[in-house]
Design a protein around this ligand. Structure first.
Ligand code: FES
Ligand code: FES
Length: 154
């Protein structure tokens, strides 16, 4: 039986009827049409599906959609400002060559955002830890770490 949940998605209140077994990834991509969040492994191992729930980076492929009731969800579509200007972390990824195929990028950027919101001047080790659940097959991570450092002003 479908149930109605209410939450805040990228700053907007959303009320949606869902099947109780739906994952947050299915809700975001299939019901709400926000395809910036990617599906990779579907098993909690690649981080392509990372979004923020109450500011914390989670794998949306494993997260029950029902659990966002009353909470705040941020996807990659929510990072640009109201003029459409990219978030400083997104700009830093572009400027530092941290984007190649781009498949891992939305999840990487959101993991970086969760880190920098909590720890604005992370060490390289803290940066590497924060993206340890996000796999990238293209960049070798050096440019990504550099991008997150640059976004933190280092
Ligand atoms: S698709 Fe969710 S961790 Fe890989
Ligand atoms: S840029 Fe291709 S997987 Fe990371």
């Amino acid at each position: 039986m479908k149930q109605t949940i209410s939450f805040v998605l990228n700053g907007e209140s959303v009320q949606v009827e869902i099947e109780p077994h739906l994952t947050l990834l299915q809700l975001i991509r299939e019901k709400l049409g926000l395809t910036g969040t990617k599906e990779g492994c579907g098993m909690g191992e690649c981080g392509a599906c990372t979004v923020l729930v109450d500011g914390r980076a989670i794998n949306s492929c494993l997260f029950p959609a029902m659990e966002v009731e009353g909470r705040t969800v941020t996807t990659i579509e929510g990072l640009a400002d109201s003029q459409g200007d990219l978030h400083p972390i997104q700009k830093a990824f572009i400027e530092n060559g941290g984007v190649q195929c781009g498949f891992c990028t939305p999840g990487m950027v959101l993991s970086a955002k969760a880190l920098l919101d909590e720890n604005p001047s992370p060490t390289e080790e803290e940066i590497r830890n924060s993206i340890s659940g996000n796999l990238c097959r293209c960049t070798g991570y050096v440019q990504i770490v550099q991008a997150i450092k640059a976004a933190s002003g280092q």
